[in-house]
Design a protein around this ligand. Structure first.
Ligand code: DGL
Length: 275
């Protein structure tokens, strides 16, 4: 019997607390360039990583509602904090494929580790939620997980201090407990951390595998859409549309650092409190 291949040309919705989710858009574009993407960066309310669970859930609910108003076929929470703190609470609330970073990243880390010691770097919100430890140990309870909050990493990245001596100083401090426990795999559990990969890998050394959440989530998204016959049939490059909740010019200017290229598409400001 022939299986009928169907397609879904609606856009994929991606959101983050601000600019950082563009690291996931970069990977999504590399992995499936023909998909249309609608991105929402909650630049007016960033950071999420230092807020309470209640506030993060409220913000994430509004972010998803906004994207759903654009008839998206799936919503990707490109934000480590949103995925760790809020998605579990909201997964049954929306009739849409809701994809977070947690599952693909935990699976990838478990495939890579040989000594069963995994380190996780994230915002205070992500680390306090314990979501990565729980996610990994649910899949393999024999694994030791060492979690480390890195509150200075987001401001360092946002100020362009990607390889500054201050960044090395903080990175050495944050990575020390992971190195003492001899982890062989480290999860970059925040959107901003791929920009610090040079510093992080230099300190950790070649024997440690670093997992990039954006890349793993992009691969996972493709797999889900493929399984559900929801990939786009478009052959040309997809359209990208960007929305923010604060200054458009700042997003267009700084966004290139996260996306790996200049943002050429239109960026519009919306009032997220109305969603
Ligand atoms: N996007 C956030 C994350 O991945 C980092 C910035 C923030 O704290 O909002 O956890």
């Amino acid at each position: 019997m022939n299986t009928i291949q169907s397609y879904d040309n609606r856009p994929i919705g991606v959101f983050d607390s601000g600019l950082g989710g563009l690291t996931a858009v970069k990977e999504l574009t590399r992995i499936f360039p023909n998909e249309n993407i609608i991105y929402f960066g909650d630049t007016g309310r960033v950071p999420y990583g230092t807020r309470s669970e209640e506030t993060i859930i409220k913000y994430v609910r509004q972010d998803i509602r906004f994207l759903m108003s654009h008839n998206v076929k799936a919503v990707v929470a490109a934000c480590g904090t949103a995925s760790s703190v809020a998605l579990n609470h909201l997964k049954n609330e929306f009739p849409v494929e809701l994809i977070g970073v947690l599952e693909p990243v935990c699976t990838a880390a478990l495939k890579k580790t040989k000594n069963h010691k995994i380190g996780v770097l994230g915002t205070p919100g992500t680390i306090n939620s314990g979501a990565y430890s729980a996610g990994i140990q649910k899949l393999n309870s024999a694994v030791t997980v060492i979690e480390q909050a890195c509150p200075m990493f987001v401001p360092l990245v946002e100020n362009g201090y990607l390889t500054h001596p201050a960044t090395y100083l903080f990175a050495e401090e944050y990575l020390k407990p992971l190195m003492e426990k001899q982890v062989d795999t480290v999860i970059l559990g925040c959107t901003h951390y791929p920009l610090l990969e040079t510093v992080i890998t230099e300190i950790l050394g070649d024997s440690v595998t670093v997992i990039n959440a954006g890349y793993e989530t992009a691969l996972h998204t493709k797999q889900i859409l493929k399984e559900k016959n929801m990939l786009s049939s478009q052959t040309e490059c997809g359209n990208h549309t960007y929305y923010v909740s604060d200054d458009v010019a700042k997003f267009s200017c700084l966004g290139g650092m996260f996306l790996g290229k200049k943002i050429k598409a239109a960026v519009s400001k919306i009032d997220i409190d109305t969603y």
